[in-house]
Design a protein around this ligand. Structure first.
Ligand SMILES: Cc1cc2nc3c(=O)[nH]c(=O)nc-3n(C[C@H](O)[C@H](O)[C@H](O)COP(=O)(O)OP(=O)(O)OC[C@H]3O[C@@H](n4cnc5c(N)ncnc54)[C@H](O)[C@@H]3O)c2cc1C
Length: 435
């Protein structure tokens, strides 16, 4: 007999995926993971939950970097906050500047009477997702990956979903945590549009006509020399729009990593080191000689700011219910770092709501009225919050992206004057914190 010394990996998780479950979460981004953890920590049996993701592993892209105070408080209830706090950086202020002039400061320590976390926690989204996935595993639930949902339909006793390759699964609750281009949402016939203009967020031609907004480039970079700390943790309102400079937590054996974000020319798809270097110089309003030099770019991408809200956060389908969370339910500009935060808080609340109705649901063929009423209350509570964030980030983005020299000067004077009002730092910190 010939023994092979090759390592045989365990069977792919998708092979062990059950044929039927009570709750199926589609998407293991931050919101899907937080939802699953919340369900289990609120008493749902891990065996009643399945969570899938189309990707073989979490994405390694520059995305959210900030966890605000209210979100840390909520993550504490899931047993995740300690690890996140130990891996992130506590940022006590965020300064909005024009060149070296500080116009306005979000002053988080002024929130000390309202929260144990009077700061913004800086941590890359990939690390947040890793901590959440590890916690979920500790609780006895693993993500089935790679497994992509491609179809769904209502059946008499629930919802039947189909995965790429043809396998099916039956569920009572189908949670769409599958991001802004959610298949769960579109296959359920739920509309997703800008709640103010009514536009389809993915109709780029219409967007270009009405907003003419430039794309934003994000990059995680190393600099060749030291970067003065006074340049970092700031949003610069420069002549070309926005520049963000934030130091990220150090990685072992690595030089300091900085997140840069800046507006780039329409049509930009690939972001080069030169583009980021130029955005940095223009945003800092420094000479080429005085601008810190980018040594290397670890990850970079450009994206368009889009705004959309799902018309419904849930709907009944056959004998089951579809619920949307996170970007599947709402997207907006990253101004103020609200997207992931709101999504995580939505899902933690959804986990609590569903945990209360699962015992009754399991003893019924179809979803009982009490569960639909609970989802209606959830939707009435959460949808207006998303609408508020969309309106706030739309206003913030318009203010930040002004390029006309005269209007910029007036804006800067107004912001500078606001910044001299003693309560402004607290008001801004409160708005961003989610408290
Ligand atoms: C460039 C960029 C910068 C951002 N910056 C910030 C920021 O500074 N602050 C902030 O708070 N937010 C920011 N955001 C937003 C933040 O990243 C999102 O709000 C957050 O990722 C939403 O999480 P989610 O879990 O809802 O969706 P996602 O993170 O998109 O996760 C969805 C998951 O669903 C999976 N999936 C999709 N379709 C299927 C399918 N059919 N079957 C199975 N799985 C599927 C995907 O593989 C993915 O893992 C940024 C976003 C981008 C793109």
């Amino acid at each position: 007999m010939v023994y092979s010394l090759r390592y045989h990996p365990p069977p792919l998780p998708s092979l062990m995926t059950p044929d039927s479950t009570t709750i199926l979460i589609v998407g293991a981004g931050p919101t899907g993971l937080a939802c699953a953890i919340s369900l289990v920590t609120n008493g749902v049996n891990p065996q009643d939950i399945a969570i899938i993701d189309a990707q073989a592993q979490g994405l390694n892209l520059s995305r959210a970097i900030a966890i605000h105070a209210k979100t840390v408080e909520e993550l504490e209830t899931l047993g995740c906050s300690e690890k996140l706090l130990s891996q992130g950086i506590f940022n006590h202020v965020m300064r909005f500047c024009a060149g070296r002039t500080v116009l306005l400061t979000a002053d988080f320590p002024t929130l000390a009477a309202r929260t144990r976390y009077p700061f913004t926690l800086t941590i890359a989204q990939t690390d947040t997702e890793r901590v959440l996935e590890e916690r979920l595993l500790e609780l006895g639930v693993s993500v089935h990956r790679p497994l992509r949902l491609v179809d769904l339909k209502g059946i008499s006793d629930g919802i039947e979903v189909t995965f790429e390759g043809g396998r099916t699964m039956k569920t009572k609750f189908l949670i769409g945590a599958d991001g802004s281009r959610s298949m769960v949402r579109s296959l359920s016939g739920i509309l997703y549009r800008d709640p103010i203009s009514g536009e389809d967020p993915y109709n780029d031609a219409a967007r270009a006509r009405s907003h003419q907004e430039k794309p934003l480039a994000l990059g995680d970079v190393h600099f060749s020399g030291d970067v003065p700390s006074s340049l970092s943790n700031r949003v610069y309102l420069g002549p070309r729009g926005l520049l963000l400079v934030v130091r990220l937590p150090d990685k072992p054996n690595s030089k300091p990593i900085y997140r840069l974000g800046c507006t780039v020319e329409p049509g930009t798809k690939d972001v080069s080191k030169e583009m980021l270097q130029d955005g940095l110089r223009v945003g800092l309003e420094l000479s080429e000689h005085d601008t810190p030099k980018i040594e290397s770019v670890m990850t970079a991408s450009a994206f368009h700011v889009r705004y959309a809200l799902a018309d419904q956060f849930y709907r009944s389908l056959g004998g089951g219910a579809v619920v949307l969370v996170g970007d599947a339910a709402h997207i907006h500009s990253p101004a103020g770092g609200q997207g992931m935060n709101l999504g995580i808080r939505d899902s933690i609340q959804l986990g609590r709501v569903l945990a209360n109705v699962i015992p009754e649901t399991k003893s019924n063929d179809t979803i009982p009225a009490v569960a639909l009423e609970a989802l209606e209350r959830y939707s009435v509570e959460r949808r207006p919050l998303a609408l508020q964030v969309i309106k706030m980030t739309k206003t913030l983005t318009r203010i930040v992206l002004i390029e006309n020299t005269f209007i910029r000067t007036v804006r800067n004077i107004v912001l500078w004057a606001l910044g001299r009002i003693p309560s402004s730092g607290k008001a801004l910190a409160l708005k961003l914190s989610g408290l």
